[in-house]
Design a protein around this ligand. Structure first.
Ligand code: GLY
Length: 415
């Protein structure tokens, strides 16, 4: 190649490069970067979508007696009854959205779907009564003050207490089976709120004392040195000691199943809120550090279904775990007087931004009225895999409302 041609080509390439750089700089100045949506706008957009979807779901199920939403899978809306641990979440969604918007339609449906959960108050075969009754009747009582709702909670709490064993210091989650003598799962921390609530309402310390004992026995036996939690700890009633530590819904006995970690974080934050006992604050902080410092927590802060899933980064996310974490972290940021509070809140905000993106938030009219996509119920059980989950919707809405309240309080403070 002759030298002249070579120099001309080099000059042309240089000119092209400078032109491209100049054009890019010009575009940067002329077209401002798309501004990030404000938190207020994101919250209102999420709540508006939630109300549209909840009304759709309510209308879809209104004419089916006793039905409560389960999930939306393969183009079908699946339902369940009062017997399921998830039965109270949809009534709770309706109550929260009614309180936020004042929309009478939402209030009417909140009453209808809450009534469908009432027979659960007599169940003694499940530890999940706290989930079932506090999200439905608890929200209804808080918002309306209707004494009938309180009576259901009081009866349900006594049903739940039939599963309490004071010598072991824990409540039985599942009944004895071939593998486990007295199984307790980390999820059980979530049922303690109802016990604390009943003590606050009645003045009878029996319930909150049991909740405190359960929470402390669980700190002793459920957590590993790194503050991650086993899913199932089974106690031997003869010795009072754990005889097995396993998983049921996680990847392996040694793994950190994401929703279980989220229940632990939420449960101990709630127990600190209810009792002011600092050991629960410390436990919540330890769990939060484990989750937020974990190398497998993705940049967008929505966890894979298990922190040790073998196919990370290809593993499925569990949006429900992200929503539970977000709600708990907002609460923790308000209760923790230490320097990490800002980090708890920033992470929750990021989680809510991700869940409010088109990847996770259903479009209006989509998915039969469910709201948050990409939840995982039980991957080992091949049940509810990569679908919307009613508790994912519940905790997403609760988290938005907690953040809304917080921003409102901040604005009302004198500058
Ligand atoms: N048992 C409650 C859950 O699946 O998280």
């Amino acid at each position: 190649m002759n030298i002249f041609v070579k120099n001309t080509e080099t000059m042309t390439r240089k000119l092209k490069r400078s032109f491209s750089a100049a054009l890019a700089a010009l575009l940067l100045v002329v077209i401002p970067a798309r501004a990030q949506e404000s938190l207020q706008d994101m919250i209102e957009r999420g709540l508006d979508r939630a109300a549209d979807q909840a009304l759709l779901l309510a209308r879809n199920l209104e004419g089916t007696p006793d039905a409560l939403p389960h999930t939306y899978q393969d183009g079908k809306l699946l339902t369940t009854t009062y017997r399921s641990w998830i039965s109270g979440f949809f009534p709770g969604v309706l109550w929260m959205l009614y309180e936020d918007s004042g929309d009478g339609q939402l209030g009417k449906y909140a009453e209808i779907f809450t009534d469908r959960v009432e027979p659960a108050k007599k169940l003694t075969s499940t530890h999940d009564l706290g989930f079932m009754l506090m999200s439905s009747f608890g929200q209804g009582y808080r918002i309306t003050g209707d004494r009938r709702y309180l009576e259901v909670i009081l009866e349900g709490t006594d049903s739940l207490m039939t599963r309490w064993n004071p010598s072991l210091g824990v409540m039985k989650s599942w009944n004895e089976n071939k593998r486990w003598k007295y199984p307790v799962i980390i999820d059980n921390m979530m049922n303690l709120e109802m016990l604390c609530f009943v003590t606050h309402v009645t003045g009878n310390r029996f319930y909150e004392n049991a909740a405190e004992k359960h929470a402390q026995t669980t700190i002793k036996n459920h957590f590993r040195a790194d503050a991650s939690t086993w899913h199932v700890v089974s106690y031997d009633p003869a010795t009072g000691q754990p005889h097995a530590k396993n998983t049921a819904q996680g990847y392996s006995d040694d793994s950190a199943w994401s929703r279980g970690q989220a229940w632990g974080l939420y449960g101990y934050t709630m127990m600190f809120q209810e009792t002011n006992n600092p050991i629960y604050l410390e436990q919540a902080r330890k769990i939060a550090r484990f989750l937020l410092d974990h190398p497998n927590l993705p940049e967008d802060k929505i966890p894979y279904w298990d922190f040790n899933a073998p196919d990370i980064p290809g593993a499925l996310r569990d949006a429900s775990a992200g929503a539970i974490m977000a709600s708990a972290l907002i609460q923790l940021s308000q209760l923790d007087p230490g320097p990490e509070a800002a980090r708890w809140l920033e992470t929750a905000e990021q989680q809510l931004r991700t869940l409010s993106s088109p990847e996770y938030l259903a479009r209006k009219g989509e998915m039969g009225g469910f709201l948050i996509k990409h939840g995982v119920g039980s991957l080992p059980g091949k049940a509810e895999v990569d679908v919307p989950l009613t508790y994912g919707d519940y905790y997403y809405i609760e988290a938005l409302l907690r953040l809304k309240k917080l921003l409102h309080q901040r604005k009302s403070l004198p500058l």
